[in-house]
Write a protein that binds this ligand. Structure first.
Ligand code: NOJ
Length: 945
């Protein structure tokens, strides 16, 4: 990326003066924002719609006439191992040529770039457009296939030639010349199209320019929304184009929004006129609605299609400006009279306010491959610490040290395990992050140590807005160093957030990120200890008095990058800087834990995200599932929703149901707004306490399985929580199922989303049996069953799988480390099953040097075998565990066995009947091998006799 020097722009009028505010003004503003953040509910008109967003309005209206693009590629050649071409148009609107490049990567990934041709432009381009750095991994870059040759063909039915590029053994990439189109074709299915761009000739690229003398002000040079005006010194600079997915039944992805997994059409026959495109613009949306397409805190421009034969494909546009995407219903283009493509397909229309085209096509062929391909570009999810995948207890706010101590003690009193206690903004001295309120939290180190003695951790909040207070060292230093984002007039941007008047660090600058990272050292963050980790909130960034509660688009970053160009990546950079700070704090050997609200492609490398401020109602409980599933599909495998609902007071039944579902979220945290009633698990009577305890205990029992899945995500990108169709890609009955999901490939969970429900109708895919994880009852796949849900949510183990568990009840996950394992074997119709177990030290990076145990368990022909999956490691880093397998449970195994023979020990043990879950009162007895006492890290076999 080349950067241009900071330019000067005339000062614009601001809502708030940047000079210090009079106390009365600040009090009034505080009251105004406080009330708007406590009393009112979601206000649609505080946010722009497409018609109020000039680039969206222009692009959408252009897209009503497909066929408008007249660009054609010229000078097609190979340069630097890529296909390059110049895009020219006969059209007079185009000021300068564009440069197109197509490059091919390992695993059949195609990358398309279209940008200004800066070297051959007359008049010259006034500035370099923003190309997002720091997202694509260097491993991916090194996987480029060096193109050797291009072939030119005139394909069937075509009048103009196309240039064909080898993509992989199964696929070609095609650049059709006239009209210009790019697509991937599937060689195995007779060269059918799989994904294409510009098939409807909707491509449009607004080129930067500066205002001519005498040219009138107007929409080109500034835009207004409510009381805000944003200057546009380079005029309109948006890009739009159509993308088609073939043989697709539905498309999903492009989080974040609180709605179904499959994206509904936003235009076309049968769609109401005022339906908005899907918006990707990171926003702090107060009291967001459930079942609404409205864009929320994070943006991830990856769309995944899925079709009947289990076929998936993906399209990803790396661009950090505001984006709007239409999903076009069948027949949307009927009025144009043009029928470009005969194949069945789903058309979509992508619009972005700025940036360049940097797009990736993923060929699948299944949904798992698409996620793997996407995360090979943007990075695999970080491997979390073990404690962080256990239960977290949060509230705005735990008041003081005594409150913390009481809550902590109550968990023990009620035998409920938990791992992390969280402190929200009011633990600080006046919302100056990295500080403590000395009256409420006089002994932060001692408080953390007490928790740490029980193996527990603490998380404190650190937001990006920095209080503009000259006596606050952090602010003083940042201001002196010139580290803040600037307003359009070149002064430090001054916005309103929790602490009042605040400024925001320019996190796109690596020097500032590194400075920020140093603030997490134990020396700088006074009162922090090694068991303290971090929560990044409000990093969209949220600016209470900004347009749409956000930073003005004409604010300026490093080298004159306009905020509009990078808005969606701001939170990502903040998350990255914090995570790298914790990495440094721990000498590079302590896995960071940083929760973030805003996200962008690549966020998965820095820590989990959560779905923000949901509400304590049944609809929000229901929508949490498609929200988390969508995040998982788009690489963010570690996510969750506030258990209990953030706003409002859940009744006991809703709270219990939320714990029962939340126990299966990858990130499992209870959290609540400051105005809500206390709702710790023991406050709703004995029965509800028991039900919540049981729900949390199930999560703790399953931690070995979850941890193994997190490692799978870390190596392959596959999400922990998956839509059913990811595991059963050609089962059409799963395509619109947003209520049930898989945890890994072995466990199916169905939430309960209505009050008073005692049963659930659960569709179980596949042709094999499923076993209730609590009572062991078996149900046939391929059918819908009425399952008991009175005291728990249905959760079933798939036949043919082995799930590792730890069954002993402890206070925290850390205290379970040395505990023995239970293996639950659910055999399939061939009386066979398999599963995996991954173990490491749960906290360091030694696993990267091979310090881990990875076992594969195979049960076949009456014999269970434990095999090593870890490659031989010659490094000094070794991980060993003395844990044994204490129980083996057999579900569905033909009755009759009496004994089992353990090898190599040559020892006989009895097969007896035992409980499926310890301490569980319900359920029949199941075949159990008690105390086989084999080491988890060893090779062994157990033969049923
Ligand atoms: C907004 C966050 O989404 C919420 O979780 C938090 O409690 C408040 N900010 C206060 O920090």
């Amino acid at each position: 990326m080349s950067l241009i020097p900071l330019f000067s722009i005339p000062c614009i009028s601001r809502l708030l003066p940047s000079s210090p505010m009079k106390p009365l003004t600040s009090l009034l503003l505080a009251l105004l924002f406080l009330s708007s953040h406590t009393v009112l509910s979601f206000k649609r008109d505080e946010f722009r719609n497409c018609n109020q967003t000039p680039f969206c309005k222009r692009a959408r209206s252009r897209s009503r006439s497909p066929g408008g693009c007249t660009l054609t590629p010229h000078n097609i050649s190979i340069s630097n191992g890529e296909l390059t071409a110049t895009l020219l148009s006969e059209h007079e609107d185009q000021i300068r040529p564009l440069i197109l490049s197509l490059s091919v990567y390992h695993d059949g990934i195609l990358r398309l770039k279209i940008d200004e041709d800066y070297d051959h432009s007359d008049p010259p381009c006034p500035k370099t457009r923003f190309q997002v750095p720091d997202v694509i991994t260097s491993e991916f870059d090194s996987n480029k296939l060096w193109l050797q040759q291009l072939s030119t063909e005139t394909l069937n039915d075509e009048t103009s030639p196309s240039t064909v590029v080898y993509l992989s053994d199964g696929y070609d990439a095609v650049l059709r010349h006239d009209p210009f189109e790019i697509y991937v074709r599937d060689k195995q299915s007779g060269n059918q199209k799989l994904i294409s761009l510009n098939s409807h000739q909707l491509f449009d690229f607004e080129q930067l320019r500066v205002k001519k003398e005498g040219e009138e002000d107007g929409e080109n040079w500034e835009e207004r929304f409510r009381s805000h005006t944003d200057k546009r010194p380079y005029g309109p600079q948006s890009i739009s184009f159509d993308v088609s997915f073939y043989s697709a039944e539905f498309v999903s992805g492009i989080p974040e929004r609180a709605m179904s997994l499959a994206l509904k059409p936003t235009r076309g026959p049968g769609v109401e006129k005022d339906v908005e495109p899907y918006r990707l613009f990171n926003l702090d949306v107060f009291e967001y609605l459930s079942e609404s397409p409205f864009g929320l805190y994070g943006s991830l421009p990856l769309m995944i299609s899925h079709g009947k034969e289990g076929r998936s494909a993906g399209f990803f546009w790396l661009n950090a400006a505001e984006m709007q995407i239409d999903v076009l219903g069948d027949g949307w283009d009927a009025e144009s009279g043009i029928d470009w493509v005969k194949q069945k397909r789903i058309d979509t229309f992508w619009m972005s306010e700025a940036g360049i085209v940097d797009a990736f096509f993923f060929v699948g062929p299944g949904p798992k491959e698409v996620v793997r391909q996407y995360t090979s570009v943007t990075g695999r999810p970080a491997m979390p610490q073990l404690f962080s995948i256990a239960y977290h207890q949060c509230r705005w706010n735990y008041r003081d040290e005594e409150d913390v101590e009481n809550v902590d003690a109550k968990f023990d009193e009620h035998d409920i395990p938990y791992d992390v206690l969280w402190l929200d903004i009011d633990h600080t001295d006046g919302r100056r992050y990295f500080t403590w309120d000395s009256a409420l939290f006089p002994h932060p180190e001692g408080m953390q140590k007490k928790l740490a003695e029980k193996g527990r951790h603490m998380v404190t909040i650190v937001d990006p807005h920095i209080k503009r207070d000259d006596s606050f060292r952090l602010h003083k230093e940042a201001a002196e160093k010139g580290y803040y984002v600037k307003d359009a007039g070149g002064k430090d941007f001054d916005g309103w957030c929790w602490p009042g008047s605040s400024s925001y660090l320019d996190m796109v600058n690596p020097e500032i990120r590194s400075w920020w990272g140093d603030k997490f050292s134990y020396k700088n963050y006074v009162g922090s200890t090694p068991s303290l980790y971090i929560w990044n909130d409000m990093n969209e960034p949220s600016v209470f008095n900004g347009p749409e509660v956000s930073m003005p688009r004409d604010a300026l970053h490093l080298g004159g990058i306009e905020h509009r160009e990078l808005h969606n990546s701001y939170g990502y950079y903040f998350h990255m800087a914090t995570s790298n700070g914790l990495l440094k704090r721990g000498g590079g050997n302590d896995r960071p834990f940083v929760l973030s609200r805003a996200f962008f492609p690549g966020s998965q490398r820095y820590g989990p995200v959560w779905t923000g401020d949901n509400t304590a109602d049944w609809d929000h409980l229901r929508v949490s599932v498609p929200m988390i599933l969508t995040l998982g599909l788009t690489g963010i495998s570690f996510s969750g929703a506030d258990v209990g609902g953030y706003f409002g007071n859940p009744g006991p039944e809703l709270l219990v149901r939320w714990y029962q579902l939340g126990a299966f979220y990858p990130f499992f945290r209870g959290h609540a707004h400051q105005d809500t009633k206390r709702r710790e698990p023991w406050l709703f009577g004995e029965k509800n306490t028991r039900l919540i305890r049981e729900a949390i205990r199930v999560r703790y029992m399953l931690l070995p399985y979850f941890y193994t899945l997190f490692r799978e995500a870390n190596t392959t990108g596959l999400p922990v929580m998956r839509p059913l169709w990811m595991e059963f890609p050609s089962d059409e009955a799963t395509f619109s199922n947003d209520e049930a999901f898989m945890i890994g490939s072995s466990l199916l969970v169905q939430g309960i989303y209505t009050e008073g429900e005692k049963y659930a109708f659960v569709y179980l895919p596949g042709k094999e049996l499923w076993y209730d994880i609590r009572i062991g009852d078996a149900y046939m796949g391929g059918k819908t069953h009425k399952l008991d849900a009175a005291e728990s949510v249905p959760a079933l183990q798939r036949a043919g799988t082995i799930i590792p568990r730890k069954d002993r009840l402890r206070r925290s996950s850390t205290q379970m480390v040395k505990d023995p394992y239970t293996l639950v074997i659910a055999v399939n119709s061939s009386q066979a099953a398999e599963g995996e177990l991954y173990i490491d030290d749960g906290k360091s990076f030694e696993f990267l040097q091979g310090a881990y145990i990875h076992r594969r368990f195979v049960f076949a022909n009456g014999k269970l075998t434990s095999m090593n999956l870890a490659p031989f490691s010659s490094s000094k880093s070794q991980f060993s565990s003395k844990s044994i397998i204490e129980r083996i449970i057999l579900l569905g195994y033909a009755p009759g066995p009496k004994n089992a023979l353990i090898e190599p020990a040559n020892q006989k043990v009895e097969v007896e009947l035992g409980p499926l879950m310890l301490g569980g009162s319900r359920g029949s007895s199941v075949l159990t091998i008690r105390k086989p006492a084999v080491q988890v890290s060893d090779d062994w076999t157990i033969k049923i006799l």
